[in-house]
Write a new protein. Structure first.
Ligand code: HEC
Ligand code: HEM
Ligand SMILES: [Cu+2]
Ligand SMILES: [Cu+2]
Lengths: 311, 536
């Protein structure tokens, strides 16, 4: 039953220590004030206990200097906490450019994880140590939440949109992840393990096992299968070459950047944004295409972009 | 103290309890004091219903495999526990029981402004409760008290609409009560009772009433939208119907955060009465305590986004909500410091109500300070939706608000019933509750930091020790809550007569009204010539 008695979760990511330092600071402030209040109350309770029924305590209305002190000092401390917590948060929420992308799909009640190179996993996530990893996540049904305590990262996985987190593991090993957003009957079964491996082991793992095609290759097959090619390969629809990451002119004069969210929307809700120069003939694929397939098509579209094509 | 065998001699006099008898005289009463007792019975019932669910949950968590209950059952239990405790116990507890009983007595009025509306509020409340109990008995709800979409609208299988309607209906009861209190406080104060002579309990009830009438309509609308989507598939929140699930969270928490202050402000008001009385001193910094209630009520409408730091809200929104959440900590801190300072150079005695008050101050301080971990963005990412949050809000709501409520019940019990309860038992119970509470909820802070998510009937084995501690504490806590139930009921019949003012307290309800008060409260309209807490 004891399984050790940890007082701190594993610290396995580059951001974990920073978060913990803030946590210790907050704990210290918390202890200081709790102890301060408790001790003061105990002291007053004993020192000023009622000794006789007709005791007449002095009349004290209050004290402006004290009121100001005990408003300003907590306010300053709160200011420190705010700045500290926010700067860490801003830093932690920006994934490095070079991060390896892995895709996460939550559905009642399991996690699908897909590596661009092809391997798919359920409730297991293999990652290399020492390399930044970015997770792009969405849900097939309700809101879930991907939470890795050892990395101090957590983010809701919301249907209808992509959310991202990133981390860089600092030590190999197996660490738990959880679904942290209540998602129905088997919410507490929606857990799994992050397996942090050395880069060599990871390469080996990626190439080993069942041979699977890469996400982009799977996407290329879907491009044919769903008949996207009948328009997008013929000029009836805009071509996908060098589309990803570049600005797109819309018929209402606005420009949007073709990122994951835009591509997803174009497939599920084509009439929401119409590309300038084309007529709105594209049918919606909502209900026919799964979140996983959308990610594969996006990977395919991405693979058609070259560094030279970047505008 | 009189012994139980000695039937105490109460001189016969008509008061609100004996001037009429029979079921009808209660169910059709418009006397605010009787309505308060109707609420007292109702919320006590709901408290033990919600408490029974908590006991089952804690027993299930003794083992990591959660072998006692099916996950679906556990989910229904925490949903029912949350909905009952928030909407049907804690929100009405202090305002509808103590507020109803005390507001007219404290301001020297015969009754509230709209006595019939007051009775209607109780009926609406009971109707809402009946709808909820129907939802629970006819299969239960499994959405949590937060009803997050699209789970609640498109996936959950329970009686979501019925539960939502229970909440919807009961909201109107709170709105009407709030309205009634605001008008009463504005219009019916006794001659001479200016705003700055009001007891601080009145200030906090005023702030609470404002929140009631501003926040409750929002949850009512939200529940209707939820029902529309669930019943008729109108696309509002479910992305597969073209809706936005995050919109629901904005609406819910725009109500939800002010709501949590509705739960704590009234108890803060109670503490502001108890501490001066048992220190025999005027409250320290009256106007700071008064205005901090108003500040808390105002800021509470601006911090809802702190429940959504990891739900996909933009970084900038996160920053703004984090800053505002820290801001709400300041007025709360001011109150704690002023209560503590009130004891300075006082003449402090330790009857049961004061023990509850001291328990409140300590536990509320811990609950409030751990809120800072959740207001701070980087730490909230890790702690959100873990047991840390459960511990935090139970420290506020149970350690704080329920302690304050029990303190208030013990303080005004002699006024309400004309009887004294056994003080020794009451002090013993306060101690048991304090110890049981900390043993139940302190380990949950550690659990949350270690990463145990909330709403988990099954959990990793490394979390077991702390869960066993928590369940052990919960058993002690449960006993602690049963003891007052027993001696308070006992005292109604066998308690020695209390006399008009057993605590030597200041305030119209003690100095000018008999215990129990006559139906019309005061023989003649009192005239106020001094400020509140004029001890010494
Ligand atoms: C009937 C013809 C047709 C089919 C079939 C079709 N599209 Fe389109 N698609 C269009 C047209 C026309 C546009 C440009 C107008 C608009 O934005 O709706 C477009 C726009 C898009 C865009 C936005 C491109 C940009 O340059 O901004 C994406 C992405 C896209 N389609 C993906 C797909 C995918 C994936 C499929 C197959 C699953 C598909 N389309 C099938 C006609 C089609
Ligand atoms: C007396 C006032 C109380 C109030 C207002 C209250 C309120 C709440 C709320 C709002 C929740 C969240 C429900 C949800 O997640 O949907 C909750 C959860 C819970 N409460 Fe209470 N509670 C109270 C007392 C207690 C007591 C006395 C205990 C223990 C003995 C307890 C144990 C729990 C447990 C185990 C959970 C479930 C945690 C989870 O799995 O998420 N509560 N409570
Ligand atoms: Cu879940
Ligand atoms: Cu809040």
């Amino acid at each position: 039953m004891w399984h050790g008695f940890p007082l701190r979760p594993d610290q396995i990511s580059t951001i974990a220590q920073g978060v913990d330092h803030l946590y210790y600071f907050l704990t210290a402030v918390d202890l200081f004030f709790t102890a301060g209040i408790f001790l003061t109350i105990f002291y007053f309770a004993i020192r000023y206990r009622r000794r006789s029924e007709d005791e007449q305590p002095p009349r004290i209305e209050g004290n402006l200097a004290l009121e100001i002190t005990w408003s300003v000092v907590p306010a300053l401390l709160c200011g420190v906490m705010f700045v500290w917590g926010s700067s860490l948060y801003i830093r932690n929420s920006r994934p490095p450019e070079a991060a390896t992308e892995i895709f996460v799909i939550g559905k009642q009640w399991m996690w699908h994880l897909q590596h661009p190179e092809g391997p798919r996993e359920i409730n297991e996530l293999h990652v290399p140590v020492g390399r930044p990893i970015k997770l792009t996540m969405t849900s097939e049904d309700v809101i879930h939440d991907f939470f890795v305590p050892a990395f101090r990262v957590k983010k809701d996985v919301v249907p209808g949109r992509y959310s991202t987190i990133w981390f860089q593991a600092t030590k190999t090993g197996r660490y738990r992840f959880f679904c942290a957003q209540y998602c129905g009957t088997f919410h507490s079964h929606m857990t799994g393990w992050v397996e942090v491996m050395t880069p060599e082991e990871y390469e080996h793992w990626l190439s080993g096992g069942v041979k699977t095609e890469s996400m982009a290759a799977a996407g290329a097959a879907l491009y044919q299968q769903f008949g996207c090619v009948t328009c997008h390969g013929t000029g009836k629809g805009p071509p996908f070459t060098n589309l990803y990451g570049n600005p797109v002119k819309l018929d209402n004069g606005q420009t949007v950047v073709a990122d994951d969210a835009y591509l997803r929307e174009s497939i599920l809700d084509p009439s929401a944004k119409i590309v300038a120069g084309y007529s709105p003939i594209m049918p919606t694929f909502r209900g026919q295409i799964s979140e996983e397939q959308i990610l594969q098509i996006i990977a395919y579209i991405k693979s058609l972009s070259t560094a030279e094509g970047k505008k | 103290m009189a012994t139980a065998a000695l039937e105490p001699q109460v001189e016969f006099r008509t008061h609100y309890l004996n001037h009429a008898y029979g079921i009808k005289s209660w169910l059709l009463t418009t006397d605010h004091k009787r309505i308060a007792l109707l609420y007292l019975a109702s919320v006590t019932f709901f408290f033990f219903v919600g408490g029974a669910a908590a006991v089952l949950m804690r027993l299930n968590l003794l083992e990591p495999t959660g072998s006692l209950l099916e996950p679906a059952t556990y989910n229904k239990l925490f949903s029912m526990h949350g909905i009952v405790m928030i909407f049907f116990f804690l929100a009405p507890a202090v305002p509808a029981v103590l507020g109803n009983f005390l507001i007219p007595l404290m301001i020297g009025a015969r009754d509230v402004a709209f006595p019939r509306l007051n009775l209607l509020s109780w009926y609406i409340f009971m109707l809402g409760g009946a709808i909820l109990m129907y939802a629970v008995i006819a299969g239960g709800v499994d959405t949590g008290w937060t009803f997050y979409t699209p789970l609640s609208t498109s996936y959950a299988t329970g009686n979501v609409v019925a539960a939502a309607m229970g909440v919807f209906v009961s909201g109107f009861s709170s709105i009407l009560t709030g309205l009634n209190f605001i008008v009463t406080i504005h219009k019916m104060r006794a001659p001479g009772l200016t705003w700055f002579r009001l007891p601080l309990f009145i200030w906090s009830m005023y702030a609470t009433s404002c929140i009631f009438i501003l926040a409750m309509p929002v949850i009512a609308i939200t529940m209707v939208l939820l029902a529309l989507e669930r019943l008729f598939h109108v696309g509002i929140f479910d992305p597969s119907l073209g809706g936005d699930p995050i919109l629901f969270q904005h609406l819910f928490w725009f109500f939800g955060h002010p709501e949590v202050y509705v739960l704590i402000l009234p108890s803060m008001g109670v503490i502001s009465e108890l501490v001066p009385c048992f220190s025999k001193k005027r409250i320290f910094g009256y106007s700071f305590v008064a205005f901090s209630s108003v500040a808390i009520a105002a800021i509470s409408f601006l911090v809802w986004g702190h429940h959504m730091f990891v739900s996909g809200q933009s970084v900038y929104a996160g920053l703004v909500f984090s800053a505002l959440s820290f801001a709400v900590a300041i007025p709360s801190a001011i109150k704690v410091f002023n209560w503590t300072a009130t004891m300075y150079k006082g003449s402090v005695s330790y009857s049961a109500p004061m023990l509850y008050a001291i328990g409140f101050i300590g536990l509320f301080t811990m609950g409030g300070l751990t809120g800072l971990f959740l207001a701070s963005l980087a730490t909230d990412v890790h702690l959100h939706d873990t047991y840390f949050v459960i511990a935090h809000f139970h420290y506020i709501m149970v350690g704080g608000a329920v302690m304050g409520y029990l303190g208030g019940i013990h303080f005004w019990w002699p006024k309400m019933t004309g009887r004294l309860y056994p003080d020794g038992w009451a002090r013993f119970a306060a101690g048991v509750i304090f110890v049981g509470f900390n043993l139940t909820f302190f380990p949950q802070y550690v659990l949350g930091y270690l990463g145990m998510p909330r709403r988990y009937p099954v959990y990793p084995p490394e979390f077991q020790v702390l869960n066993v501690m928590s369940t052990a504490g919960a058993s002690i806590l449960g006993i602690g809550y049963l003891i007052p139930l027993v001696y308070l009921i006992w005292s109604m019949r066998y308690g020695p007569p209390a006399g008009q003012n057993p605590w030597g307290a200041k305030g119209l309800e003690w100095e000018k009204a008999l215990s129990p008060p006559p139906p019309e409260n005061f023989e003649e309209t009192p005239v106020v010539t001094e400020e509140a807490y004029n001890y010494g």
